[in-house]
Design a binder for this molecule. Structure first.
Ligand SMILES: Cc1ncc(COP(=O)(O)O)c(C=O)c1O
Length: 363
């Protein structure tokens, strides 16, 4: 039995957090650093909380190498609010934006943006069930587009952009909800990055926005105040009550990432885990991995047996063995192992051992 009776949790989100962070949160819970109160009970206007959010931002900046001309915001509303906030703020000239549709979340973002402007799908892999990622060239993007939009990692289909599209002067907007902090990236290639916290960052409730300063301040005049990035940027994410506890836990995750050697080390561990699993899948007779090899996600590994009943049996028996949340998204079925930053190598090893055993019993 693992410590505290915990299991290996392969949930796509909300998902596993580093045990070290959970233990720290537990220790802090009743009396945060001699303040006599829990972070949950603390005024967001207090000195103690100001330090928590300032440290979280500083550590995120350090981890990701975020330059000074980018603002960092901690917002609420999750991914679905960003689907609307992005066009409301960034359709600032031609009211045109170009989207790359590589999965459900890109499709939903694109549809929502369509309420606000002239939105075009410049590439899509939908007809192949999103099993690959299109190669985008600058010429594919309309020269007067206000921005181009991608989802860097496709949580449901298990693909990722293994390159950053070259967009020239057109700001590139990226939904990094399911791979932020998983490997080193060059922030300067993006006009804006956003990510829901609930995968690699912390508990659900906070959404991180990293935005180049010159893109802030163009919200539609009739946009609700909360939906204007400027109000949050000008007020240090404290225009209203922020998702205090979620930001605090995220801050602890950032400290933890720094303590293990930062994103470089995390990236090394992530590729090691993902390669182990894909190598096994490629050698297996029972399981198939549908994604094009060069576009494979290192966060969400999708596989199936090809027999829906056998998949169900796999998921049920895996759960019995302490390997939970391995069902694929309800829209595609099969299996999906989400192996985010906090999934230890031992968890992937245990999964492979189980898969081998299941294969020998069912092949
Ligand atoms: C890549 C990506 N974008 C957006 C979303 C939607 O996020 P939310 O549920 O916070 O609205 C998800 C959810 O899993 C996701 O994986």
């Amino acid at each position: 039995m693992k410590k505290y009776g915990r299991v290996y949790n392969f949930s796509a989100g909300p998902s596993v957090l580093p045990l070290e962070v959970l233990e720290k949160v537990q220790k802090d819970l009743l009396n945060y650093e001699e303040s006599g109160q829990s972070v949950m009970e603390m005024s967001h206007r207090s000195k103690d909380y100001q330090k928590i959010i300032d440290d979280a931002e500083a550590n995120l900046r350090e981890l990701m190498g975020i330059p000074d001309n980018y603002k960092v915001m901690f917002l609420q509303g999750g991914g679905h609010l960003q689907f609307a906030m992005v066009p409301l703020n960034l359709l600032r000239n031609s009211k045109k934006a170009d989207y790359v549709v590589t999965g459900t979340w890109a499709k939903k973002a694109c549809k929502e943006a369509g309420k606000f402007g002239d939105i075009r799908v410049i590439a899509s892999s939908e007809e192949d069930k999103f099993t690959w990622v299109p190669k985008i060239k600058k010429e594919d993007i309309r020269p007067d587009a206000d921005y181009a939009y991608i989802v860097t990692n496709n949580t449901i289909y298990g693909t990722k952009f293994n390159y950053i599209p070259e967009t020239g002067d057109i700001p590139l907007v990226a939904d990094m909800s399911s791979n932020i902090l998983s490997e080193e990236i060059d922030v300067t290639k993006f006009g804006m990055i956003w990510a829901g916290a609930q995968k690699n960052v912390g508990p659900a409730g906070a959404t991180i926005v990293i935005m180049r300063e010159d893109l802030i301040g163009f919200a539609e005049a009739n946009a609700p105040t909360y939906l204007d990035y400027k109000i949050h940027a000008d007020n240090g994410s404290m225009y209203n009550t922020p998702p205090c506890f979620s930001i605090y836990v995220a801050g602890e995750v950032f400290k933890y990432l720094k303590s293990i050697g930062g994103i470089k080390e995390m990236e090394k561990r992530n590729y090691e885990k993902a390669n182990m699993l894909y190598d096994y899948l490629d050698s297996s007779k029972l399981y198939k991995a549908p994604v094009a090899k060069e576009d494979r996600s290192i966060m969400n590994v999708v596989f199936m047996t090809g027999d829906a009943d056998l998949d169900k049996k796999f998921i049920a028996e895996a759960k019995e063995a302490g390997l939970i949340n391995l069902a694929g998204h309800r829209s595609i079925g099969g299996m999906r192992a989400s192996i985010y930053n906090a999934m230890p190598k031992e968890g992937v090893e245990a999964l492979i051992e189980f898969m081998k055993k299941f294969e020998s019993e069912n092949c």
